[in-house]
Structures are given as C-alpha cells and as structure tokens.
Ligand binder design. Structure first.
Ligand SMILES: *[C@@H]1O[C@H](CO)[C@@H](O)[C@H](O)[C@H]1NC(C)=O
Ligand SMILES: *[C@@H]1O[C@H](CO)[C@@H](O)[C@H](O)[C@H]1NC(C)=O
Ligand SMILES: *[C@@H]1O[C@H](CO)[C@@H](O)[C@H](O)[C@H]1NC(C)=O
Ligand SMILES: *[C@@H]1O[C@H](CO)[C@@H](O)[C@H](O)[C@H]1NC(C)=O
Ligand SMILES: *[C@@H]1O[C@H](CO)[C@@H](O)[C@H](O)[C@H]1NC(C)=O
Length: 505
C-alpha cells in the first residue's frame, strides 16, 4: 500500500486522525518501514485456521502489512519428509486457507524455514540423528553431510511448492548456529580448504540461498552469525548481493545496531530488514504482556531507522512473537495475550506516537473496557477486550492475580512459621494461626477455577493440545499447591490437644 493509500486507510480506521498536527510525522514515520510483518510462530502452539481467518483483518487494521510464518513441524511435509511433521500438522488445504485469508486482507506472506541451526524439530528424530553436527545436541545440522543438503532442499522445495505464485520471499533462518565445525567431516573439509568456521558457515548458506533463488524466491536470513564476520570477507563472497539480511534485537537497540546496518549496507546485501519483538522474549515462561519492554524496543528501532534515513533504505520490520525459546521450551505468552502490545508497537511504528490519543484508538479497535495501563504498570485491574481470542487474555490476567494472592499467603508469618514440615510431622501447631494462614485460600482457589474456565477458549485459538500443555504447565502446579496447603491445614486442625515437649524421643 502506498503512502496515499495508507493515509486513507488511517483516516478510515482512526477517523479524525488526519486533523491532528501529527499528519506529516505520521506518514514520514511509516515510510521508514515500508513493510511491517507480524511473526506467527507455530512452534508447538499453532493458531487454528479459523482463528487466523478471524484475526487477520484485525492485524491489517492495526497496521501490519504482512506475515512472517514460521511453520516448523506444522507444515505438511510429505514423501521422504513425512516424519518431520507434528501429528497435528496443517493440511495443504489449511495452508491454502491461510494464504487466502492473508490475501483478502492484503497481508503478504513470507514463510520461514530453518536451514542450519534451530533444527531441533528435525534433528531430534531417530531418522535424522546422523545429520547432527554434535551427536549429543539436536540443535544444528552438519553442513558437510550430503543428507543435510538433500533434506533442507526438499523442505524448501515443498514449502515453495505449496506457496506457488503466492510468495516472493522466503526466510531461511540460519540464526544461532551454536555448534559448527566440530564433526570430523567438517574438520576435514575446513582443513582441505583452509577454511575458518565463518567460511564453513558462509559456504552452507550460500548453497542454500543459491538454491532458494533457483526456486525464484528471494532469500532472507537472520543476521546474528554475520555480526562478527569481517566486512572484507563478506565482500569477497558472492552471497550478499543475492540475499536479504534481517537484523534482530529485542532489547537495548541503539548505536550498535545502526553500525551493523551500515556494515551490511557496505557489504552490499540485496535488502536490509530489522526485527523487533512483541512477545516471547522476556522469559521462557512469562505469560503476562510486557508492554514497556516491547514498546521501547520498537521505539528504539524506529529511532535507528530514522537516524539512517538518508543513508540506508530499510525493507521493513518484522515484529517477532515467539511461542517458545526453542522447540523444547515451555510456552511463552499466548498469541492473543500479545495482541494489545502488538497493537501498541504497530501504532508507534506507524505514527511515531503512543500518547493517550493513540492508546484510546487501540482501546476502541480492540474493544477493551480500558486502555493499556502504560502509565501505571502496577495497575492490575482486569482488562476485558472484544478482539478474537481475548478470553485467553482474561485467563492469564486472572492467573496473574492468583499468583499475587498466593504470594501474599506465602509471605505471612503464619504460613512461614506454623505450617512447616516439622509442625505437620508432629501434629503440633497453633490452631488460630493455622486458620489465619489459610483464611484467603478458598477465594484464591475459586479464582483459579475461573482461570480454568476462561482458558478453555485456547482450544479454538490453537487446539486441544496447546490447551492441555498450558494447563499442565501453568495451572496444575498452582492447583496442586493450593490442595496441598488445604490438606496440611486440615491435618493440623484435626488435633485439639498437643503433647508435652520435647517432641523427640
Ligand atoms: C518414518 O518413521 C517410521 C517409524 O519410525 C519409520 O518406519 C519410517 O521408515 C520413517 N520414514 C521415513 C521416510 O523416514
Ligand atoms: C487491498 O488492496 C487493494 C488494492 O490495493 C484494495 O482495493 C483493497 O481494498 C484492499 N483491501 C483491504 C482489505 O485492505
Ligand atoms: C590459510 O588462510 C589464512 C587466512 O585465513 C592465510 O593467512 C594462510 O596463508 C592460508 N594458508 C594456506 C596454506 O593457504
Ligand atoms: C563470484 O561471482 C563471479 C562472477 O559471477 C565469479 O567470477 C567468482 O568466481 C565468484 N566468486 C566466488 C567466491 O564464488
Ligand atoms: C499425627 O496425626 C495423624 C492423624 O491425623 C496420625 O496418623 C499420626 O500418627 C500423628 N503423628 C504423630 C507424630 O503423632
């Protein structure tokens, strides 16, 4: 969508906005990132197709221009690759529906296929153990083994085929290749060619990018493995001119990133993108949205883009929303929980502002009872919204309220001093203080039951498996704690008289 289109669009969604004095700034800010991609990470938390159909119009209205789709094991790999798939993988028809829904909302789609590191979903399998660089670690593949190249090419070919004529770019990942140049095959090759591990890395990604281009797709790669590679080394390779690079940093973005962008520009990468985050980076088991962290991250990226405006033209920004830290990790913030913070970040990227007026626009768009509590982050009053999947956000807020109640129970001196294993073992405690220790427990447990009711909606947002996992990870341990505490209190309160000291023979 061009600048004029965008202005009309904003005028439609945020009526009256054009009358504000921010108009010039608004269009200028927006052009710093022509593309604003929202990352959909299906790693063990696949959004259902019906949910995506319902939420894509909202993503468009929030200011997204496209989607970076990380299928991982949800892609319907077939033939020799059929064992790579999760048992609940999408069907080819699901992929078509996803693409149709993206099309009808003017969202470009860029699939992301890992081709080097973070191939846990492939390398964990018995079939592919020989492809590991380190036999003990299913993180990165050996780039010097013929099977690795056969598998990776087949993956790219299959993804390209199911997106035929509907995509122009493909993201080939290649971040965080933690193990490289360690196996005997790689060592022999490095010795024979007088290569460093950087040379080995560049050789593999060059093979992949060349293959990607043979499929008529422009490759994009994560940048972290390039950060330390000397610019003269990059210049001598033919990799950069045919490849887009995507710089990622999810906090403390500043001069370092600006310098890297200039370096990549001088190394003649075909296109330069950046990536911020809206969820999935604060901690591997965080559930509540982190408004300030992600807003600041996106504000910083906009500043960097603005400082380089006359030197480097960026292709766009991807707002990443990680489902897990890696394939084996626990679930991070759920997608619908990230929607308000995503709206906030997109708003700032489009208009350069997140003032009270902007927060009010977001409140209206997401149909919430109150604006995002940016000014008072400690404010824990419930935020109810009407966007697709918002009930899971209510569940998570209530779980957070429960956790506060649990902390307040656990921090009393009654709890700390009168319900210890010693008290329990000897049936020996002060009945009044035991009662005080658990006086707030029934209300807390009622709240926890409401969390369980509210989170059932996750079945529609994702599927029953994600729901089961969330309950097992985040709800059940709280339930177990509450029940155990109740049992201890009941056992202690059963006794009306107490023995003479000492309690020991
Ligand atoms: C897939 O896994 C099954 C069961 O482990 C195995 O028998 C089969 O050979 C594998 N297929 C391929 C194509 O690797
Ligand atoms: C998508 O873009 C086309 C042409 O640019 C426009 O006609 C159409 O209204 C847009 N649709 C949406 C949902 O924004
Ligand atoms: C191997 O490469 C290094 C630079 O990486 C160079 O200094 C050295 O001369 C090379 N050795 C041979 C035998 O080519
Ligand atoms: C780079 O490409 C040029 C021309 O296409 C070719 O002559 C040269 O050998 C290539 N260099 C490498 C390192 O592949
Ligand atoms: C504590 O009470 C329970 C019954 O509630 C009893 O079975 C147990 O033997 C008692 N323990 C001691 C150390 O008296």
């Amino acid at each position: 969508m061009g600048r004029i289109g965008l202005l009309y669009f904003l005028a439609g969604v945020f009526g009256g906005f054009l009358c504000s004095p921010h108009v010039e700034a608004a269009s200028d800010q927006s052009s710093l990132f022509p593309e604003k991609l929202v990352h959909l990470d299906f790693k063990g938390a696949p959004l259902s197709i019906a949910y995506m159909e319902s939420v894509f119009p909202l993503l468009r209205a929030m200011g997204a221009s496209g989607l970076l789709v990380e299928y991982e094991d949800m892609f319907p790999y077939s033939g020799a690759l059929r064992n790579l798939t999760a048992r609940n993988h999408f069907s080819p028809d699901d992929i078509k529906r996803l693409l149709d829904a993206a099309d009808s909302n003017n969202l470009t789609v860029i699939p992301l296929v890992q081709t080097f590191g973070h191939l846990e979903f492939v390398l964990k399998l018995p079939d592919y153990i020989t492809m590991r660089e380190d036999p003990e670690n299913p993180q990165a593949l050996c780039p010097s083994f013929s099977l690795s190249n056969i598998i990776v090419r087949d993956m790219l070919r299959q993804v390209a085929h199911l997106h035929k004529d509907r995509i122009s770019h493909i993201h080939i990942g290649s971040d965080e290749v933690f193990v490289i140049g360690e196996c005997s095959r790689c060592k022999a090759r490095m010795f024979a060619n007088n290569w460093t591990t950087d040379d080995l890395f560049l050789d593999h990604v060059h093979t992949i990018t060349a293959f990607t281009r043979s499929l008529n797709l422009q490759p994009i790669m994560w940048d972290d493995m390039f950060r330390k590679i000397d610019i003269d080394v990059l210049r001598t390779k033919n990799l950069t001119k045919d490849t887009d690079i995507m710089l990622w940093s999810y906090r403390n973005v500043g001069e370092g990133e600006a310098d890297l962008i200039e370096k990549y520009s001088q190394a003649n990468f075909a296109g330069i993108w950046v990536a911020s985050a809206f969820k999935g980076v604060a901690g591997p088991s965080e559930q509540m949205p982190q408004y300030t962290l992600h807003l600041n991250n996106n504000i910083d990226w906009l500043k960097v883009a603005s400082s380089l405006e006359n030197k480097v033209k960026l292709r766009g920004i991807a707002l990443t929303g990680w489902s897990r830290f890696d394939h084996f990790g626990s679930l991070c913030e759920l997608f619908p929980v990230g929607i308000p913070v995503l709206a906030l970040c997109l708003k700032h990227l489009s208009t350069g502002s997140h003032d009270a007026r902007a927060l009010e626009d977001i409140r209206e768009l997401l149909r919430c009872n109150r604006p995002i509590p940016l000014a008072s982050p400690e404010d824990a009053a419930l935020m109810w919204c009407g966007y697709p999947g918002a009930m899971t956000f209510v569940a998570v807020q209530r779980l957070d309220q429960f956790e506060r109640k649990r902390l307040s129970i656990e921090s009393t001196s009654y709890y700390k001093g009168f319900l210890t294993p010693m008290n329990l073992k000897h049936n020996f405690s002060s009945p009044a203080l035991v009662r005080d220790a658990v006086v707030k427990l029934p209300a807390a447990m009622d709240l926890l039951d409401t969390v369980l009711e509210n989170i059932q909606h996750l079945k529609n947002v994702c599927d029953q498996f994600t729901l089961k996992e969330w309950i097992e990870t985040y709800w059940q341990p709280q339930k177990d704690w509450g029940q155990a505490l109740q049992t201890v209190a009941e056992k202690l309160l059963y006794h009306k008289t107490f023995p003479r000291r000492p309690l020991y023979n």
